[in-house]
Design a protein around this ligand. Sequence first.
Ligand code: HMG
Length: 386
Amino acid sequence: MNIGIDKIGFYTPPFALSMEDLAVERGVEPAKYTVGIGQSTMAVAPVTQDIVTMGANAAIEILDEADKEAIDMILVGTETGIDQSKSAAVYIQKLLGLSNRVRSVELKHACYGATAALQLAKGHITLNPESKVLVIASDIAKYGLKSGGEPTQGAGAVAMIVSAEPRLLRLEDEASLFTDDVMDFWRPNYEAYPMVDGKFSNEQYMRFFAEVWTDYATQTGATFADLEAICFHLPYTKMGLKAFKPFLEELPEEEQERLTTRYQESTAYNRHVGNIYTGSLFLSFISLIETSSVLVAGDRIGFFSYGSGAVGEFFVGELVEGFEKQLRVEVHQQLLENRKQVTVAEYETLFSQMVDESGEQTFQVEDKSLFILSGVHQHQRQYQKQ
Ligand code: HMG
């Protein structure tokens, strides 16, 4: 049975900050952010957007009535949980008007959560071929104002419908996995922002890519010539290339050029959004299929998933016949273009507005997204469809 991604949608909040403006304000050479790190704009989440609203905003654009009837599982990968107990998937089930006869769960392992969700969805469809699974990756990456990680922040969600006989991408069965207990990035329950050893995290990312790619190639006999492109988890757009480079340099020039061009296409959207943790890999996939003009059905695409802490996985998907009908190029490009460009001062204000411990709050933000968090009443988040 063919199982994979039938549809894919994306949402990012309606505010964005120029990395050049941030660099000037922080007294940093702008090229460090735009070239060294490879980010042009950073998505900024207002207090009216959290993982629930972003996930629902990403999913609503791809759901039709047939999907709503067939979905019997909602999996939300995130590391920006809003509750220690209740899962974001339950709120999303209600906001989207999905059936009550669904299994709803939130999954966590840093940026790897949504890949785990995708593989679990595949297993579920294998047992229940008529089912569809809604997989959502939703996160807000915040490291703190003036922190080392500040230029690698971002916010957004990707929603995927996983089904049998998918119309976009068939997932192959082979995958290479690697888990090792490393302290490169973590967030204790009492901390608002992660603790991160930036340089060490880069090294671990590169080590994990080498581990899973080498193992995948040994297991399957695959070479880079078998893949039209590789999508990477992108904490910032330079990162994937840093890990890929030692392998790229060993390839014939023509192959290097092809894979480097595909890499640029797969990072185009991420360059304007920043890190969205669990969703970054899948945003890279959307960027690739919506900005490349050379992809054809049958092309095989590699995926490198990395979640600090750390778990890595390499797997492959094949574009299916008619995949281009599933693209939402205009919707996604408008989403990026129509964002309000904020000043650094406005970004700092938006950054600092949060749900607090009072249990009673009302939020006033110019946010026209379909789903918003309008406030908190008796410690319960108040979601609204506008
Ligand atoms: P930093 O110390 O500010 O930057 O940290 P740097 O000094 O390493 O410079 C960055 C690059 O800019 C370097 O390039 C410089 O040479 C270059 P590289 O040597 O690496 O190729 N540069 C310039 N280029 C052009 N013109 C200039 C210029 N100046 C410098 N004028 C760091 C950067 C990413 C470490 C920091 O922002 C950070 O800690 N970010 C958060 C951690 C992170 O993103 N880690 C990535 C791997 S871990 C991961 O992906 C998992 C994660 O998503 C979490 C999860 O799984 O949940 C983070």
